[in-house]
Design a protein around this ligand. Structure first.
Ligand SMILES: Nc1ncnc2c1ncn2[C@@H]1O[C@H](COP(=O)(O)OP(=O)(O)OP(=O)(O)O)[C@@H](O)[C@H]1O
Length: 219
């Protein structure tokens, strides 16, 4: 499904990701665990087309992502929850979660309804402007937005970071519920506490180098 092979990313002359490889199979949830500054966000942003990379490449199903425009990710069914949420503050919650559909020129209301069914709390504040929500609520909205686009693959960048325990629990429940949807998920975390209950396979990342963790349930 997603294959990253030997990619290197340099930012301002510094190599921040070095020959990184990983793969996420259909229906699999993979963890990417590493400390702050290890390169998790850099890898996610490279997959999303927001950072140039060198190396063999990033492939998603039949698509060579180096050849695709960043906005094609939504068309391919890839959803992304950035670490810093990146909601449009003056848009309503519903407008925010519609953004990937607009990018993909899709009117898939059924997908939006599916997200509201999965996360009923989102429907309850659908008309509120994003800037009026707490940080934790904004994370839920950003997760909902990633789900609207991500009917094949979800990239979740530190979804539990800086979130109160009850909300982290709720985020975990939503991600765990996706197991029955055959979605592929790559979830990054600075430690293994939250993600260990979710993942089928674990990669660790340290100073830009990715390795498969020995305690992975499946390789
Ligand atoms: N725009 C940038 N300019 C300079 N250096 C950068 C930039 N973006 C990232 N880096 C550097 O690249 C390295 C990896 O950063 P990255 O954000 O990918 O780490 P991370 O594992 O996601 O950690 P964090 O949880 O702190 O975001 C860090 O050393 C960081 O300082």
């Amino acid at each position: 499904m997603l294959t990253v092979t030997d990619i290197t990313v340099s930012i301002q002359g510094t190599t921040v990701l070095k020959d990184a490889s990983l793969s996420v199979a259909a229906g699999q949830t993979c963890g990417l665990i590493g400390r702050n500054g290890a390169g998790k966000t850099t890898l996610m942003r490279a997959i999303m087309g927001a950072l140039p990379f060198t190396g063999q490449g990033i492939f998603f199903r039949d698509h060579d992502l180096a050849e695709a425009k960043a906005h094609n990710r939504a068309e391919f069914g890839i959803g992304y929850l950035p670490e810093d949420r990146r909601l449009v503050p003056h848009f309503t919650v519903e407008e925010n979660i519609m953004v990937p559909l607009w990018a993909a020129k899709s009117e898939d209301r059924a997908r939006v309804k599916w997200v509201y069914d999965l996360m009923p709390e989102i429907g309850r504040f659908a008309d509120r402007r994003a800037m009026t929500l707490s940080g934790g609520q904004q994370k839920l909205v950003a997760l909902a937005r990633s789900l609207v686009a991500g009917h094949q693959l979800l990239l979740l960048d530190e979804p539990f970071e800086g979130v109160a325990p009850a909300l982290a629990q709720r985020l975990m429940e939503v991600v765990a519920d996706l197991k029955s949807e055959n979605l592929s998920v790559l979830v990054s975390d600075s430690d293994y506490t939250h993600s260990k209950r979710l993942v089928d396979k674990v990669y660790t990342i340290e100073r830009g180098q990715v390795t498969i963790a020995p305690h992975s349930k499946a390789a």
